[in-house]
Design a protein around this ligand. Structure first.
Ligand code: SF4
Length: 416
């Protein structure tokens, strides 16, 4: 029997329910785009979705589309079309893949969902620079191309403390969006609706957190690679009842696995933390590689980025400002290191993989000495792999495999 055939990846049964919710989501957007019966807002992945939902918008996330371009491996083909418009191959490959796909008139949505021919047309574009500047440049291109208004929130980057020197100004920027969004949506702002959306986002976050924390069990019932797929509802459906319903189902299944000591990786021997973005076009091979080495990549900064425990329905604007600024990606290295120390402790981690994604410095935390500082502080070894989230031309599969195999061997030696 070949090595490949021996690798079994455990299926998560709840996936069928998730696929249904995601399909409903895309068909609703497609229908609104075709009929104009509902307004559509494009929003950055950690933008103020709750405000948009409260005003009756359907919310579409171009970064999610960027990830779909990655998983479908279309990204590498379409990126050069954006490069030809002057968007460098060194900047965000979500941006270049998404714009490249638009100018070439292709989308992975067409293949996944029969009848959908393109991305939904926006009525407004809303960004938050909390994660990077690229999202603003990205939306600016569409604003001009499609002649659609765009507004945003400018968040301070790299703070250590999230306090009164920062939060009120961001809360005010979110509040200032109400007036133009009322005009575009044709709906009057309703505080009760906003409170409801914030409450649902909070509930979704709490459940998603519990889902991810099941991985603290030994063996872990889920992997990081599962997490990157199952975070879909937390990204695009937060603020809705569907996301809450879905995570209740997923959590139940994973808790049953924990009770039955069913690991996601057979005979789990090594517990790995993944820092940085996934390589979307290599999720399956990476998952299989680690499984074959009896190593479970079980926790990550990336999947945890959609946990917003600061949402407070009683104080929606301030709590949204806080939640969307407390994110890992926004913070100083000092804060990030403290956070990772807690994660490494909670998940009983043996080793860390840092993914240095060439086109996303914002999600690559290895570049200013963090792996070395962490190893000195907590004695956990790490490996940096060079790659990218979407652009497969920036990846050497052979080198990645050799380096990961050597790293797991090192972890084995450390245990003797
Ligand atoms: S954080 Fe990175 S991957 Fe995400 S939009 Fe910004 S540059 Fe792109």
């Amino acid at each position: 029997m070949s090595e490949e055939k021996k690798i079994k990846r455990k299926k998560i049964e709840a996936t069928t329910v998730m696929n249904k919710y995601m399909s409903d989501y895309f068909y609703e957007l497609d229908s609104a785009s075709k009929t104009g019966d509902k307004k559509i807002a494009w929003c950055t992945s950690v933008g103020p979705s709750e405000l948009l939902l409260s005003l009756g918008f359907l919310v579409y996330y171009p970064e999610n589309h960027g990830a779909l371009l990655g998983t479908s491996r279309l990204a590498t083909e379409v990126i050069p079309a954006a490069n030809a418009l002057g968007y460098s191959p060194d900047i965000c490959s979500y941006l270049t893949a998404d714009i490249g796909a638009y100018v070439q008139g292709v989308t992975p949505l067409s293949k996944a969902f029969e009848g959908i021919e393109g991305v939904p047309k926006p009525d407004v574009l809303i960004f938050n620079t909390n994660q990077c500047r690229d999202v603003k440049d990205w939306f600016a291109w569409y604003a001009k191309k499609l002649n659609v208004p765009f507004y945003g929130i400018h968040t301070q980057r790299n703070p250590t403390d999230i306090d009164d020197t920062i939060v009120p100004s961001i809360a005010k920027q979110i509040e200032n969006l109400v007036e133009p969004l009322e005009k575009i949506s044709g709906n009057k702002f309703d505080m009760e609706k906003l409170k409801k959306a914030v409450a649902l986002s909070r509930e979704c976050s709490e459940l998603w957190k519990k889902v991810l924390e099941t991985a603290a069990s030994r063996p872990s019932p889920l992997t990081f690679f599962d997490g990157t797929i199952h975070m879909g509802p937390a990204v695009v459906l937060r603020g809705t009842q569907h996301a809450v319903d879905y995570y209740k189902i997923l959590l139940k299944e994973l808790e049953e696995r924990v009770i039955n000591h069913e690991g996601a990786v057979e005979d789990e021997q090594h517990r790995i933390y993944w820092d940085g973005m996934p390589v979307w076009g290599r999720l399956r091979p990476h998952s299989e590689l680690f499984t074959s080495l009896k190593a479970c990549v079980l926790a990550s900064t990336y999947c945890n980025s959609w946990i917003f425990t600061d949402f407070d329905p009683e104080d929606p604007f301030t709590s949204m400002a806080k939640a969307y600024t407390e994110l890992f990606i926004v913070r100083s290295d000092e804060t990030k290191e403290k956070y990772m120390q807690r994660m490494i402790d909670l998940y009983k981690i043996d080793g860390i993989i840092f993914h240095d994604a060439k086109t996303c410095p914002n999600n690559s935390n290895n570049r200013y000495g963090m792996p070395q500082r962490l190893e000195q502080k907590i004695g956990i070894p790490s490996l940096t792999i060079n790659g990218d989230l979407n652009d497969l031309r920036l990846i050497s599969d052979e080198q990645t495999k050799t380096n990961i195999e050597a790293f797991i061997e090192q972890l084995e030696e450390n245990k003797k």
